[in-house]
Design a binder for this molecule. Structure first.
Ligand code: NDP
Length: 252
């Protein structure tokens, strides 16, 4: 069993870009041994150069998640922190979004997060005797869109509302084992998220009953992405690290 003086280990998903990339760097700075995972490993060269362990992982692929977690346990013997950050926005009128695309978004934003949680919690329960300051944490990246909603975002909001309910229930379930579950709900952050989400509106913008709404939503997204209206991903990364390090009393 790992001793209580071992370096704590963090796993960050969606680390090839944006919030995840900054979070990997900030956690390393805070003294964690960090595993950064995403599909595009070539985009994580900077992290590897900084001494972060880079692993290819697709959160829609069970074998990829299973072998990734097994590798960390083999190399480090423990996982103290899981940051479930991988996710994307797919927008469009409900009439226009193919149900397979809606399912894909749930696979990444909800089932990927849930499956990794399932794989990691047995290893976190094994660390239940760690002192309070070193208690395990699962940080789930929801969104302000997990609380409020706009038109043409039904599926994105459905995934993030699902993350909220899942996380709130899980928090109570894991409290007896000293594992805390944290939800982060960012507002607009300047990453690749906005461009990907705007691109997903293309189908709905192409004439038809929802064209006007699509243009409006696209404009709101464009405005929200500007400096002054949005924050840098590093601001979220710092919040995540302070939530991970917060010495909160054990929930009853
Ligand atoms: P980015 O698009 O910059 O980063 C998204 C990350 O998710 C990438 O590293 C990508 O890696 C990863 N990802 C996507 N699909 C998969 C997959 N199937 N398997 C593994 N990784 C995947 O966006 P952000 O940094 O902004 O997004 C991070 C999180 O923050 C998301 O959950 C997003 O919904 C949330 N959020 C973002 C906001 C914003 O305004 N930016 C606001 C509120 C919440 P790769 O493609 O290499 O696999």
């Amino acid at each position: 069993a790992p001793s209580s003086s071992s370096r704590r280990v963090a796993l960050v998903t969606g680390a090839s870009s944006g919030i995840g990339e900054r979070t990997a760097l900030r956690l390393q700075e805070a003294g964690f041994t960090v595993y950064a995972v995403a599909r595009r490993v070539e985009r994580m060269k900077g992290l590897a150069d900084a001494g972060i362990h880079v692993v290819a992982m697709d959160v829609t692929d069970d074998e990829s998640m299973t072998s990734g977690v097994a590798r960390i346990i083999e190399e480090q013997g423990r996982i103290d922190v899981l940051v479930n950050n991988a996710g994307y926005g797919s927008y469009g009128a409900v009439e226009d979004v193919p149900i397979d695309e809606a399912r894909r978004q749930f696979e990444v934003n909800v089932f990927g997060l849930a499956r990794l949680t399932q794989l990691v919690t047995p290893h976190m329960r094994a660390l239940a005797d760690e002192p309070l300051a070193r208690r395990c944490r699962i940080v789930n990246i929801s969104s302000i869109g997990g609380k409020f909603y706009e038109p043409l975002g039904a599926w994105y909001h459905a995934t993030k509302f699902a993350v909220e309910g899942f996380s709130d229930s899980l928090r109570i379930e894991l409290a007896p084992f000293g594992i805390d579950v944290v939800i982060i709900e960012p507002g607009p952050i300047r990453t690749e998220w906005s461009a990907i989400s705007r691109e997903s509106l293309t189908e709905t913008s192409r004439g038809g009953a929802y064209e006007g709404q699509a243009e409006k939503v696209r404009k709101v997204m464009e405005r929200a992405d500007r400096p002054g209206m949005s924050s840098r991903p590093d601001a979220v990364a710092k919040k995540i690290v302070s939530a991970v390090l917060a010495n909160t009393p054990r929930a009853r």
